[in-house]
Design a binder for this molecule. Structure first.
Ligand code: SAM
Length: 281
């Protein structure tokens, strides 16, 4: 963004979001003991999510994308992962433009897209840094990405600038690591933040001038199938050695954390103000 006024607007609008998200940082002393990155995404878990979405292609996010998509229109999926938010539209899409920082996720997405007969243009990189090399699309979607994004205002502006008709977001109501809060307190004496939330994303998008529609539902999948799977995941997130999974499991039972309540998923959407937003049907 070259316009200094725009720089200032983005700074101001996104200030609280950035500060709230920064409070989720893990203290260096704890991070130093982590055997693997506590923030990583497992491609296999997201592939499972895409399989579920393909098997049961329903929900407000897909509906909001589908109703703004012209016949064989193009979809831009930012933070596409393995394609859960876009591949279920295989039969109605023209091209899928998939942006992700992870080459592994994009490879998995392309393999599935090939099976479904979807044409994909993959862009590896961080949004909005790669916006200039990414083509526009009819609808831009970003599902379960915003809690990774400190500069939310710029991220959203990049999406809006690339959408001919509509932007659609999907996200959990609270930060996706919120479920771990009792375990952080138990193992590290650390109190985790309660902000930001989906309501803060709405506030940022509104401050950018958009009329934001929203809908919510319970997550279609539980987070974990078994307490053991949960304990294994918690070890990684809490920077603990995987050998401590038994200890984590005991804490999960003592803290009455099983089963993990399902997240509430929000779908947010707004029309592109670019002047090309006449809905196709
Ligand atoms: C939680 S996964 C969600 C994947 C998929 N959208 C879904 O709903 O299953 C987040 C994905 O966004 C990617 N990602 C995070 N921040 C990004 C950014 N700023 N630009 C591009 N990709 C990003 C990660 O690599 C990861 O694949």
């Amino acid at each position: 963004m070259d316009d200094p006024m725009d720089e200032r607007t983005h700074e101001r609008v996104g200030e609280s979001w950035r500060a709230d998200l920064a409070r989720w940082a893990i203290p260096d002393a704890i991070l130093a003991g982590a055997p693997v990155s506590p923030w990583g995404h497992s491609t296999a878990r997201f592939a499972q999510r895409t399989e579920r979405a393909l098997a049961d292609p329903r929900g407000p996010t897909l509906d909001r994308i589908a109703e703004a998509l012209p016949e064989r229109g193009d979809v831009l999926d930012v933070g596409a992962g393995t394609g859960a938010a876009s591949l279920p539209l295989a039969t109605s899409m023209g091209e899928l433009i998939a942006v992700d920082t992870s080459a592994e996720m994009l490879e998995e997405l392309m393999a599935r897209a090939a099976t479904l007969g979807v044409r994909v243009r993959a862009v590896k990189g961080r949004w909005p840094d790669v916006a200039a090399e990414t083509p526009e699309a009819d609808v831009a979607v970003a599902a379960h990405v915003v809690y990774n994004v400190p500069d939310l205002a710029r991220f959203l502006t990049g999406l809006t600038g690339h959408a001919r008709h509509r932007v659609v977001l999907e996200l959990t109501e609270r930060h996706p690591m919120t479920w771990l809060a009792p375990l952080w307190a138990h193992f590290h004496g650390l109190v985790r933040p309660e902000r930001p939330t989906a309501h803060d994303v709405i506030a940022v998008a509104e401050a950018l001038g958009h009329r934001v529609g929203h809908a919510s539902r319970l997550a279609p999948l539980s987070r974990f199938d078994t307490p053991e799977e949960m304990a294994e995941n918690a070890c990684r997130r809490l920077c603990l050695d995987p050998g401590r999974a038994g200890e984590v499991l005991a804490a999960v039972v003592a803290l009455d954390m099983w089963p993990v309540p399902r997240d509430r998923w929000f779908t947010l959407w707004w029309e592109s103000p670019s002047g090309r937003r006449t809905l196709p049907r």
